[in-house]
Design a protein around this ligand. Structure first.
Ligand code: PGA
Length: 267
């Protein structure tokens, strides 16, 4: 089963509108030379206030894909109402988003997001016709205590609870060990692949083998141009969720180029 790779840039709380526009233009300028068939699924996730200066770019080759797709970094599960500071799935869609990142460890840690909230968000996103990018990952303490697999399996079971196999198949998961995020210390590629295979087997238990074959599972945590080729050469790593290295067009474009190179080499 060949899964189309995803290269997703999580801009976190960075870049005012003019800076976001410059970065977007730098990526746009790179992807213009390729079709969406050649490119990985390229996703960028700016802050909400910069969604107005980016837009998805449909491919003109007739493939029906996008050269760039837009993600929100968070959403609420209710459609509207008294939730100060939140945005709904419909609002994200209205602002041009096709994807929404949920359950990032920074949101779990600093904003007390629980597995239950992440499950409600995943359901709302899928019901609204968008795709959730569901993040999971262990802390250094959990890894050292040998709890990595059981912890992550629990996060995945909770996040996907009550979601149909069809919806699971189109979702995206990002495995992001917390100790690797923003530290410059990427997880060993074989180990990341092992954990991602384990996640795929949990998805298979929950939603069946066809959904497990289809779902795209990314690695995140200090991904850089110098790490992506090895990561993308692994059997179960379907792409990357990138923070720091997605904030400069040069490094993000280099990651996209290297992902295409690995894809071509593996045909
Ligand atoms: P990083 O962030 O690439 O800066 O480690 C990844 C993420 O948090 O999604």
């Amino acid at each position: 089963m060949s899964r189309k790779p995803i290269i997703a840039g999580n801009w976190k709380m960075n870049l005012v509108k003019s800076e976001a526009k410059d970065l977007y233009e730098g990526i746009k300028n790179f992807v213009k030379d390729y079709t969406a068939v050649e490119l990985p699924t390229v996703v960028i996730a700016p802050v909400f206030t910069s969604l107005s200066v980016v837009e998805s770019i449909p491919c003109s080759c007739g493939c029906g894909g996008n050269k760039i797709s837009i993600a929100a970094q968070n959403c609420h599960w209710e459609s509207s109402g008294a939730y100060t500071g939140e945005i709904s799935v419909e609002m994200a869609k209205d602002a041009g988003c096709d994807y929404i990142i949920i359950g990032h460890s920074e949101r779990r840690q600093y904003f007390s997001e629980t597995d239950e909230m992440i499950n409600k968000k995943a359901k709302a996103i899928l019901a609204g016709g968008l795709i959730p990018i569901i993040c999971c990952g262990e802390s250094l303490e959990q890894r050292e205590a040998g709890e990595t697999d059981s912890w992550i399996a629990g996060q995945i079971r909770a996040a996907l609870s009550g979601i149909s196999s069809e919806d699971v198949a189109k979702s995206v998961i990002a495995y992001e060990p917390i100790w690797a995020i923003g530290t410059g210390k990427s997880c060993d590629a074989d180990e990341a692949n092992r954990v991602i295979k384990m996640i795929r087997s949990v998805v298979s238990e929950i939603a069946g083998s066809s959904a497990a074959d289809s779902i795209r599972i990314l690695y995140g945590g200090s991904v850089k141009p110098s790490t992506i080729e090895e990561q993308m050469s692994k059997s179960d790593i379907d792409g990357a969720l990138i923070g720091g290295a997605s904030l400069k067009a040069d490094s993000f474009n280099d990651i996209i180029a290297k992902t295409m190179k690995v894809a071509v080499a593996s045909v």
